[in-house]
Design a protein around this ligand. Structure first.
Ligand code: SAM
Length: 258
């Protein structure tokens, strides 16, 4: 069957064998793996050797037909194939612990990674995304941003390697990167609240953190919190560490409750 890639589903199929092998090697052996967007099934094939159970979510029903015939034998055993938009059925993705593996469609990549971070059943992920977004998730020190700080709540997000456009069919316009995060801690703060707090902190990165915080708290309160925590008024968001962001978050929330 001739399959034409659909742009609106972000279909760029990985064709380079050595990159496929590198991705598979970087995935830890896991009891259960969830793959989002198996496409033509090239990564899927390698993933089957890495787990006892593989569950694949694919949005495109034409690809489902292809996958059903390619994996007819495996689908009678350890593999499950679900025709759905992974974002819409996230609550049903897995009731047991799982590792996420995917060459993600770029139009939903950030959203999917944020959902995987928040999902307590997800033990970590290896995903391929647009390099620019990968660099954001893995940024450190002066380059840090709300996405890298959110990742740090769960573990270290590593940029493993870049993948050039020629490795795909059709070739995307941008370079891609593979990133990996193995969760080694579970934050005990209100994650949704902290996500939106970080967005405010980095809303205008050139402004001081205190100025950005004016959107969510009063000036006197901010200055008092900074003084208590020994933070200079002139500090910018990229200069502060995660522990201090968490402390400011708690203090701002307490002030709102008072
Ligand atoms: N895994 C294949 C590979 O590496 O060649 C395909 C990767 S392609 C970049 C992205 C895949 O995700 C496509 O098969 C596309 O149909 C699927 N997809 C796009 N949006 C999706 C969604 N919301 N839920 C599930 N699958 C999706």
């Amino acid at each position: 069957m001739q399959i034409k890639a659909k742009k609106h589903f972000g279909q760029n199929f990985l064709k380079n064998e050595s990159i496929k092998n590198k991705i598979i090697q970087s995935i830890p052996d896991s009891k259960k793996i969830v793959e989002i967007g198996p496409g033509l099934g090239d990564l899927t094939h390698g993933l089957l050797a890495k787990c006892e159970q593989l569950v694949c979510f694919e949005i495109d029903s034409d690809l489902i037909e292809h996958l059903k015939s390619r994996f007819s034998h495996e689908l009678e055993g350890k593999m499950q194939l679900i025709n759905a938009d992974a974002l819409k059925v996230w609550g049903e993705l897995s009731k047991q612990p799982y590792f996420l593996a995917a060459n993600l469609p770029y139009y939903v990549a950030t959203n999917i990674i944020l959902k995987a971070l928040r999902d307590k059943n997800c033990s970590g992920f290896v995903v391929m995304i647009q390099r620019e977004v990968a660099q954001k998730f893995c940024a450190k020190d002066a380059e840090q941003n709300s996405l890298s700080l959110l990742s740090c709540l769960y573990g270290e997000c590593e940029l493993l390697f870049d993948v050039e456009p020629e490795c795909f069919e059709p070739a995307p316009k941008v370079t891609s990167s593979v990133i990996k995060l193995v969760k080694n801690k579970e934050p005990d703060c209100d994650i949704a609240g902290f996500e939106s707090f970080l967005k405010s902190c980095f809303a205008a990165p050139r402004k001081t953190l205190a100025k950005n915080l004016l959107a969510i708290a009063q000036k006197e309160r901010i200055l008092r919190i900074f003084e208590q925590l020994g933070i200079k008024e002139s500090i910018r968001a990229h200069e502060l560490n995660l522990a201090l962001f968490l402390k400011i978050f708690d203090e701002v929330r307490d002030a709102k409750r008072q």
